[in-house]
Ligand binder design. Sequence first.
Ligand SMILES: C[S@@+](CC[C@H](N)C(=O)[O-])C[C@H]1O[C@@H](n2cnc3c(N)ncnc32)[C@H](O)[C@@H]1O
Length: 256
Amino acid sequence: MSVEPQPAPVYLSDSEDLHRTLAEQRDYYRARAAEYDQWFLRQGRYDHGEEANAKWRADVEQVRAALDAAPLTGQVVEFASGTGLWTELIARTADQVTALDAAPETIAIARERLAQAGLLEKVVFEEADLFAWRPEREHAFDAAFMGFWLSHVPEERLDPFLSAVATSLRPGGRVFLVDNRRQATSSSPDQPLAAPGEAFMSRRLNDGRTFRIVKVFREPAALEAAFARHGIDLLVEETPTYFQYAHGRARLPTPS
Ligand SMILES: C[S@@+](CC[C@H](N)C(=O)[O-])C[C@H]1O[C@@H](n2cnc3c(N)ncnc32)[C@H](O)[C@@H]1O
């Protein structure tokens, strides 16, 4: 089922600048959809040579192995599902995946990927702005997945978003996330990292158009503390070079 995108909420604490940047971030991923996988596959501008590419692939394998070792099952919600690179893995073990993303262009690519894999019937794609999203029913999901999403959530929006995640999970529900460590060769040489602590960066498409987006690199302890504020115990681990990944679990109510 596809739902009409909600208008982006205006938070009184948001600066004009942040509000504009979050809209530009959505536009960027819509425009980037067809070239998005080049980043993950280390192609074109993201090809850093065999040695760095091999490290990337080994790090990807480590994250996949961690997910394989504790697969997400039951009703799974995936936040910012993109072109479906991870949706395909999750759909193999879940009963059903609800895959949410703001960009119809990435959803179309993900749909095609899942169809090719024979897994389309296990996935419900929904177009949604995650800064406005709340679950239709509380505690409806057994697990939540987020790949390379939280680093695009600014500090001002982190708690409202994690509150929605926590509300969507049943007690004991699981979380798995993967995101970038701060590492210059993750991206392309023409997209240098912003200064440490800076929340915005400039991104460029293959055709030269540039966009301003949010990119926040959080320390493992900061991520764990943020989830803990919403009743989710999270343990963050890091691959040698490129990624942080984490398993989490929504706390069970303490017996009275
Ligand atoms: C870095 S990509 C990650 C995609 C996918 N999870 C992966 O790991 O390949 C970020 C995704 O966030 C989506 N996105 C950006 N702003 C959004 C918003 N406000 N609400 C929902 N999705 C958004 C983009 O369309 C894009 O697919």
